[in-house]
Design a protein around this ligand. Structure first.
Ligand SMILES: Nc1ncnc2c1ncn2[C@@H]1O[C@H](COP(=O)(O)OP(=O)(O)O)[C@@H](O)[C@H]1O
Ligand SMILES: [Mg+2]
Length: 436
């Protein structure tokens, strides 16, 4: 059950309990009041009849007259009974204005009071019977109780309505807060709440806005740091490449020249050994060239991303002629230099992973214009990531960092067969606006 319904149900239950309790107290008091009233008026009527009988010394009054004197009484009736206990005459009780419903009457009715006064008339001994009748009193108190209960019910309904309105407003705020948190969790830190309404909500909204602002500033500084790390990395790679090229290259060349010289001057065995040295040096030279290409691929971007990717494909094709490389690059895609570098690195690492870990038949590279920037996909039909998914090595980590530095999205997942790396890079103008 929702919090709103719970609150309303609790308040409603409390109000119903209060109504029942109030009703019970009302009935209890009404019952006491009716009982007291009937007792008093009955005693009064009895005294009056006694006084009338005692005062009639000359016997000028008939018993019928005594009974008739009780006519129109609200709470007491008189009866004249003969020797056989038959009613000879009875007084009329005042008409009941609005009778109470039977259930209320039976709840409230006090015990009936009776008094028998024997009249020993010579020749006509009879009995004067007085009886209480609470009908009038109950009818009167019923109206009071009914009106009080109706007022209490109206009050309860109004209270419930107010509680509903207040809870609904509060829930509206929580719904907005929930929406804002959803937006934040999607990575959009621009969400803000209006800090109005009760002070508690205003404070919550301010706290939320503060958190969103902090997150957004952390992301900016995170991007800056990542950018710095990447450029430092590039510098370092360039330096290593330079060292490799300048320091190792000449010596490898020297080894080959020296091996040639040794071969020329020696006997057959020496020539063979010198040839082997030359082979080994050549092998190392090839390897160093390969490492240099890996370290400084970005230089290839001077002729455009498409050419650089084609070069890369040619490079892999030479080594793995059994693998088919497909590439689909949409016409007219424009990427700034940073995005091009990132895209190139992603393709480089993904293709290298596919070839090294997947043993695929086909590797496809696709670069397409998307709604929110550029979408780069590298797919292979190799062995896939295995049961545990991608074991995050330096390669995957590096790709994710590069994409994050450009506020893009990076995913790697298994396809039906093989692996799909998917990267979304925002357009440069959108990125700059966010980084500003
Ligand atoms: N295309 C792929 N096919 C199969 N396995 C892959 C693929 N790409 C990544 N992997 C798995 O993910 C791991 C992590 O990759 P990576 O971070 O690039 O590290 P490395 O390539 O140095 O092992 C790899 O060791 C491999 O097990
Ligand atoms: Mg790798």
């Amino acid at each position: 059950m929702s919090l709103k319904l719970r609150l309303l149900a609790s308040v409603a239950a409390l109000l119903v309990f209060a109504l029942l309790l109030g009703g019970a107290v009302l009935c209890w008091q009404a019952r006491a009041a009716v009982r007291d009233e009937i007792r008093t008026t009955f005693a009064g009527a009895q005294k009056e009849v006694d006084a009338t009988l005692a005062g009639d010394v000359q016997h000028t009054l008939t018993m019928r007259q005594v009974i008739a004197a009780l006519n129109g009484g609200r709470n007491v009736r008189g009866f004249l009974l003969n020797e056989q206990n038959n009613v000879v005459a009875a007084s009329r009780i005042a008409a009941v204005g609005e009778p109470a419903p039977a259930w209320f009457a039976s709840l409230i009715a006090p015990p009936q009071l009776t008094a028998r006064i024997a009249i020993p008339l010579p020749g006509f001994p009879c009995v004067l019977l007085l009886q209480s009748d609470a009908g009038n009193e109950i009818g009167e108190i019923w109206q009071l109780v009914r009106d009080a209960f109706a007022a209490m019910t109206l009050f309860s309904v109004i209270t419930l309505l107010f509680v509903w309105l207040i809870v609904d407003r509060a829930m509206g705020f929580f719904r907005r807060l929930q929406g804002g948190l959803g937006i934040i969790s999607e990575g959009d830190y621009g969400a803000r709440l209006t800090a109005s309404g009760p002070p508690e909500f205003a404070a919550l909204a301010e706290g939320f806005n503060h958190m969103a602002a902090r997150l957004s500033s952390y992301r900016k500084s995170n991007h800056r740091l990542q950018k710095q790390i990447l450029s430092l990395q590039e510098e370092e790679r360039a330096e290593i490449a330079r060292d490799l090229h300048d320091e190792v290259g000449p010596y490898l060349f020297a080894i080959q020249v020296d091996a040639d010289a040794v071969a020329k001057s020696g006997n057959a065995q020496t020539r063979e050994r010198a040839g082997a040295i030359r082979e080994a040096a050549l092998h190392i030279q090839h390897h160093v060239k390969f490492i240099l290409r890996q370290l400084r691929p970005v230089a290839g971007l001077d002729f455009g991303l498409e050419t650089a990717i084609d070069d890369m494909i040619a490079f892999w094709k030479r080594r793995h002629p059994d693998i088919t490389f497909e590439r689909r690059i949409d016409f007219g895609i424009h990427l700034d230099r940073r995005s091009e570098e990132t895209a190139y690195r992603i393709v480089q690492e993904s293709v290298s992973n596919a070839v090294r870990h997947g043993r695929p038949h086909v590797v496809s590279i696709a670069l397409a214009e998307a709604e929110d920037g550029v979408r780069l996909t590298v797919e292979d039909d190799g062995e896939g990531l295995g049961a545990t998914g991608a074991q995050s090595g330096m390669g995957l980590k590096g790709m994710a960092e590069r994409v994050q530095a450009l506020s893009g999205k990076f995913t790697i997942e298994n396809r039906e067969r093989g692996v799909r790396v998917c990267v979304q890079l925002p357009r440069a103008d959108a990125r700059e606006m966010e980084e500003a």
